[in-house]
Design a protein around this ligand. Structure first.
Ligand code: ADP
Ligand code: G6P
Length: 474
C-alpha cells in the first residue's frame, strides 16, 4: 500500500554510533531534539533522515549501518571529516549556535564554513527528494538545516514542509549581525509552517523577515508572493508517561535506595546538562559556592550532583569551558569538603535513562539555570519523575520552559544574590508548598506532552495547506 508518510530531517539521528575498538555500537543520542522526537518517529512508513554521530568513510561500513538502521525507520547521511569540520563544528556550532544564544562575541564568520553549510544542506535536501512521494509531509529540524526547506521547495513546488527551530531565534539586532542573514531567511521561508518554542522567538523571526526580506506580514502570517505561510509558537515537551512510569517502576527501587542511602540526611540537588556555555554551569557553581560561604549551616547538609554529558568538545569554547568547570568544582570541593562529606559530585559522561530517572526522583531540588535555552527538556523530565509531588525546580527565566512552568522558582542566572536566595528558599520550602507547585507543573507537562506537540504541529501544517488552497494560490 502506498501511504503518505512523514519524513523527519535533522542533523543528528536519535541513534549514534560509538566504537569499542573495531566494534560498532548503537547508542541513544543525547540532546533535546533526539530525546524529544525519539518517541514518535517509529509509526508506519515514517522515516528519519540524519547523521549517525560518527565519521565513517568505508563504504562497506556505511552500507552495514544503513542496513542496520532501516529496521528502525532511520536513514543515515554520512558526513566527511571536512563536512563535519566546516558545516557541523564550523558554521552550525561556531556561528549559528553562539549567535542564536546571545553570545555574539563567540561567533566566527567564515565564508568557507558558510559554503560548506550550503553544500551539506543540499545533501540533506537531496536525500529527502529521493524518498519524497506526493502526499508526504516533510518536517525539517533545527539550526543546522535552515536552508533545506527552500532547497526542497525549489524541486517540489507543492511539497508540505514544516520546520521547527529547537534553539532560540534571536532578536533582529542580534540576527542582523550574520553576513548571510538574507540567505538563511530565504531558506526558512521555503517552509509552509515554521515552529518556535516561544511566542517571542516567533515574533523575532517575523520581525527579521519584515526588515531583512521586506516581507508583508499579518499577525503570524507571512506572504511569499501572496502565498501565506505561518510562523508560530509550539513549545516542545517530553514523553511524560515514559518518565512517569519509569519513576514508578519497582525495578528502579535499587537505584533509588542506593542514592537515598548515599545522600544520608543531606538534601540532594541535581543538574543535568550537555557541557555548553549556554547552560550556565559557571554561574551555577558560583551561586553554590556563595550559598555555602554565606550559609555555613548547609555544610554537610546539601549534596550537589552535577551530571554533564560531553558535547562538541573539539570546538574551542567547549574545550575551554570543560577546563574551567573542572577547576571550579575542584576549588569548591577543596574549600568545603569534610572527612565525611564532599559538596559536589561531578560526572562527565552520559547516564542511562534508568539512572537519570532515579536521580530525578530522589532529588530534592533540580537546578536548571541556563544563560539561554530554547526550551530545556531536563526541567520537564524532572517534573515528570517527581511522582510523589515533592521537590523544587529552580528555573532560569532565559529557558523557554519558564514560560510554562510558572510554579518553579524562576531566577535570572546573572543575579547571584537572588540565585542564592532561591537556593535557600528551595532548601527550606515546606512540603505543602512543594506539593502545590509540583502538582501544577506535573499537570502542565502531562497534558502538553510530546504527543500533543506533534499533533498540534501536524494539524497546523495541514491547516496552512488548506488556507493556501483556499486562497487558490497554488
Ligand atoms: P539540549 O537540547 O540543549 O541538550 P535539553 O535540556 O532540551 O538541552 O535536552 C537535553 C537532553 O539530554 C535531555 O533529554 C537529557 O535527559 C539528556 N541528557 C543531558 N545530560 C545527560 C547525561 N549526562 N546523561 C544522559 N542524558 C543526558
Ligand atoms: C540541541 C540542538 C540539537 C542537537 C543537540 C545536541 O538540542 O537543538 O540540534 O542535536 O543540542 O547537540 P549535538 O551537536 O551533539 O547534536
Amino acid at each position: 500500500m502506498n501511504r503518505a508518510k512523514t519524513i523527519i530531517v535533522s542533523n543528528r539521528l536519535p541513534v549514534k554510533i560509538v566504537f569499542n575498538g573495531e566494534q560498532m555500537i548503537y547508542q541513544s543520542s543525547e540532546g533535546g531534539l533526539a530525546t524529544g522526537l525519539g518517541s514518535i518517529y517509529k509509526d508506519g512508513d515514517n522515516i528519519w533522515i540524519g547523521w549517525p554521530g560518527a565519521i565513517i568513510n568505508e563504504e562497506t561500513k556505511q552500507e552495514k549501518i544503513a542496513d542496520d538502521l532501516t529496521d528502525r525507520n532511520l536513514s543515515p547521511i554520512f558526513l566527511t571529516e571536512e563536512e563535519y569540520n566546516k558545516y557541523y563544528e564550523g558554521f552550525s556550532n561556531e556561528t549559528l549556535w553562539p549567535l542564536f544564544h546571545y553570545f555574539p562575541s563567540y561567533a566566527n564568520y567564515s565564508d568557507e564554513n558558510w559554503n560548506m553549510y550550503k553544500a551539506v544542506n543540499q545533501k540533506f535536501a537531496d536525500a529527502v527528494l529521493e524518498v519524497l512521494k506526493n502526499d508526504d509531509q516533510i518536517w525539517v529540524h533545527d539550526y543546522q538545516l535552515m536552508l533545506v526547506p527552500q532547497m526542497i521547495r525549489a524541486k517540489a513546488r507543492n511539497a508540505k514542509i514544516g520546520f521547527f527551530l529547537h534553539i532560540p531565534f534571536p532578536s533582529y539586532e542580534v540576527f542582523r549581525l550574520l553576513p548571510w542573514r538574507d540567505e538563511l531567511l530565504k531558506g526558512l521561508v521555503g517552509a509552509d509552517l515554521l515552529g518556535f518554542h516561544t511566542y517571542d522567538d516567533s515574533k523575532y523571526f517575523i520581525n527579521s523577515c519584515q526588515r531583512i526580506l521586506g516581507l508583508t506580514t499579518n499577525s503570524n502570517q507571512l506572504f511569499i508572493h501572496d502565498k501565506p505561510i505561518i510562523a508560530d509558537a509550539f513549545p516542545i515537551s517530553i514523553d511524560f508517561d515514559k518518565f512517569n512510569s519509569l519513576a514508578n517502576d519497582p525495578l528502579q527501587k535499587p537505584h533509588e535506595e542506593n542514592i537515598v542511602k548515599r545522600k544520608g540526611k543531606a538534601k540532594l540537588m541535581i543538574s543535568v546538562d550537555r557541557l555548553d556555555y549556554s547552560k550556565g554551569l559557571i554561574n551555577r557553581l558560583k551561586a553554590f559556592d556563595k550559598l555555602l560561604e554565606q550559609n555555613p549551616q548547609y555544610i554537610e547538609k546539601v549534596v550537589f550532583v552535577q551530571l554533564v554529558v560531553p558535547s562538541r568538545d573539539t570546538v574551542k569554547q567547549y574545550a575551554d569551558l570543560k577546563e574551567e568547570v573542572d577547576k571550579m568544582v575542584s576549588n569548591i570541593n577543596s574549600k568545603y569538603s569534610t572527612l565525611e562529606w564532599v559538596p559536589i559530585h561531578y560526572f562527565y559522561r552520559s547516564f542511562s535513562i534508568d539512572l537519570l530517572a532515579a536521580l530525578y526522583k530522589t532529588a530534592d531540588i533540580a537546578l536548571v539555570t541556563p544563560m539561554r535555552d530554547g526550551m530545556n527538556l531536563v526541567s520537564k523530565e524532572y517534573v515528570a519523575c517527581k511522582t510523589d509531588e515533592t521537590g523544587v525546580l529552580i528555573l532560569s527565566e532565559m529557558a523557554g520552559a519558564s514560560k510554562e512552568l510558572n510554579d518553579a522558582l524562576v531566577i535570572n542566572p546573572n543575579d547571584s544574590n537572588k540565585f542564592v536566595k532561591a537556593l535557600v528558599h528551595a532548601l527550606e520550602m515546606p512540603v505543602d508548598e512543594q506539593r502545590q507547585r509540583m502538582r501544577s507543573m506535573r499537570e502542565i507537562v502531562s497534558r502538553f506532552n510530546i504527543h500533543h506537540w506533534v499533533k498540534v504541529f501536524m494539524n497546523r501544517l495541514e491547516d496552512v495547506k488548506v488556507l493556501q488552497r483556499k486562497l487558490s494560490v497554488r
